[in-house]
Design a protein around this ligand. Structure first.
Ligand code: FES
Ligand code: FES
Length: 192
């Protein structure tokens, strides 16, 4: 049973080790913020952070994720206060929102490496597909998030608070405290 850390919680997936991480996150851990777009590595909708690097979770098996630290959109911030989340809302760079979680993770990874990216840097680091075509606003939003990261700007119109972490833990078994047994859907707390 591959074990890893997901959004700061130890998780063990009682699933075939060749299961794509995307399926484990969505179907077993109930972390449905990570989206299934193409399933073959083209769209980027499934991007999560693996040890801080934005990777397509449809292309990573849970065996390959063994021992690594996974961050999904649910774990990026508890209150949607990450600069990328704030800037995407402020710049209205979201339409249907299906591509947004993957884009947020790619942008967050980019800003960790480079908080002052050029347009070319952003295009290279965020190859995600958006069928709604938010690309021009996306460039502005990521650069604005970079300014927030560099403390050159604050965004006053912050998004509304997210769900309470305690409520999230109740709704997402894999995120809750140790329950002492296998959870529904294929996750279980790792043994000591
Ligand atoms: S679902 Fe993974 S890249 Fe499209
Ligand atoms: S906002 Fe709709 S796919 Fe990008």
């Amino acid at each position: 049973m591959p074990a890893m850390t997901v959004n700061d919680a130890p998780v063990m997936f009682d699933m075939d080790p060749e299961t794509p991480l995307l399926w484990a996150l969505r179907d077993a851990a109930n972390l449905t913020g990570t989206k299934y777009g193409c399933g073959v590595g083209d769209c980027g909708a499934c991007m999560v952070l693996i040890d801080g690097e934005a990777l397509r979770s449809c292309l990573v098996t849970i065996a390959e994720a063994e021992g690594r630290t996974i961050t999904t959109i649910e774990g990026l911030s508890r209150d949607r206060s990450h600069p990328v989340q704030q800037a995407l809302v402020a710049e209205q760079a979201i339409q249907c929102g299906f591509c947004t979680p993957g884009i947020v993770m790619a942008a967050a990874s980019l800003l960790r490496r480079n908080p002052d990216p050029s347009e070319a840097d952003i295009r290279e680091a965020i190859p995600n597909l958006c069928r709604c075509g938010v690309y021009p606003r996306l460039i502005a939003a990521v650069q604005r998030a970079g300014r927030v990261t560099r403390r050159r700007e604050t965004i006053s119109a912050a998004p509304a608070p997210g769900i309470d972490p305690a409520d999230a833990a109740r709704a997402v078994p894999a995120m809750g405290p140790a329950s002492g047994g296998e959870a529904d859907g294929g996750t279980t707390e790792p043994e000591d």
